[in-house]
Design a protein around this ligand. Structure first.
Ligand SMILES: NC(=O)c1ccc[n+]([C@@H]2O[C@H](COP(=O)([O-])OP(=O)(O)OC[C@H]3O[C@@H](n4cnc5c(N)ncnc54)[C@H](O)[C@@H]3O)[C@@H](O)[C@H]2O)c1
Length: 258
């Protein structure tokens, strides 16, 4: 990609897991990548940023001031913000709704849903600003999940926030389409990444048994879908949620929750 045409992107939760794979893929696509993650990940985040020629920005997605500062920092550094991947997320506590701790509920929703909103808010305002509009547009990918399509036991704030991210995606897509800004989301099934990487083959097989396709989805499969949705190949795709589900959503569920 011509240096003058180089696009900038923020990837939240970019220091490890799916976020790291997305950062690496987008850097390979030619983006200038801002790896945004908690300060506590700064060692790995800075190492990754140095490796891919990007920058690390420490902060918490559930703090709107950190989202605003991240967007401003990218614009100061690279002149514009062209893309955003709202990847940061936490699974939260595991309890049935009736036993769910109110504070734990808020923690999960604050990161997954409110964090997505804060970054969208400041990124869309920047992408739609007069300063950026002459060259036109921008693209966003939010992170939903298979849990954004169906109930999963003991994960109510996770499920609720991943459903809500699909709704927020559609609302933002219709609001910003006239500015040539596209907003989509992806919804992975279980992915072999991070802690999941240490699981036994038997456990991996069990977790993947909801899928129709054989094998286990890898981080690069999600990164490839994000790359496509941000790219000009997807220039008429907006407001959608692309499941990377290995066919799981097309299957008739064959297990009854105990
Ligand atoms: N791994 C899977 O199987 C899977 C499946 C579907 C969806 N997802 C979604 O993909 C995203 C990434 O998942 P992962 O498995 O790579 O998780 P992970 O725990 O390996 O990585 C998440 C990253 O987000 C960062 N993060 C967490 N809270 C943050 C906050 N408040 N502010 C800034 N950064 C924060 C973490 O520090 C970490 O670097 C999440 O939104 C998750 O819900 C994952």
């Amino acid at each position: 990609m011509n240096a003058l045409l180089r696009r900038s992107v923020i990837v939240t939760g970019g220091s490890r897991g799916l976020g790291e794979a997305i950062c690496r893929r987008l850097a390979g696509d030619g983006y200038s990548v801002a790896v945004f993650d908690l300060e506590s990940t700064s060692v790995t985040g800075e190492r990754l940023a140095a490796e891919i020629g990007g920058t690390f920005l420490g902060g918490d997605v559930s703090n709107p001031r950190d989202a605003e500062a991240a967007v401003n920092s990218v614009v100061d550094r690279w002149g514009s913000l062209d893309a955003l991947v709202n990847n940061a997320g936490v699974t939260g506590a595991h309890d049935p709704v009736g036993d769910f701790d109110v504070g734990e509920w808020h923690n999960c929703v604050d990161v997954n849903l409110n964090g997505t909103f804060y970054f969208l808010k400041y990124a869309l305002a920047q992408m739609g600003s007069e300063r950026q509009q002459p060259n036109g547009g921008g693209a966003v990918v939010n992170m939903s999940s298979l849990a954004g399509f169906r109930g999963m036991k003991n994960l109510s704030p996770y499920v609720a926030s991943k459903f809500a991210i699909r709704g927020l995606t559609k609302a933002a897509a219709v609001e910003y389409a006239h500015k040539n800004i596209r907003v989509n989301c992806v919804a992975p099934t279980f992915v072999k990444v991070g802690k999941m990487d240490q699981l036994s083959d038997e456990m991996l097989e069990h977790l993947s048994s909801q899928n129709a396709l054989p094998g286990v989805v890898q981080p690069r499969d999600v990164a490839g879908a994000v790359s496509f949705l941000l790219s000009d190949d997807a220039r008429y795709i907006t407001g959608h949620c692309l499941p990377i589900d290995a066919g799981a959503l097309s299957r008739v569920a064959n297990a009854r929750e105990e």
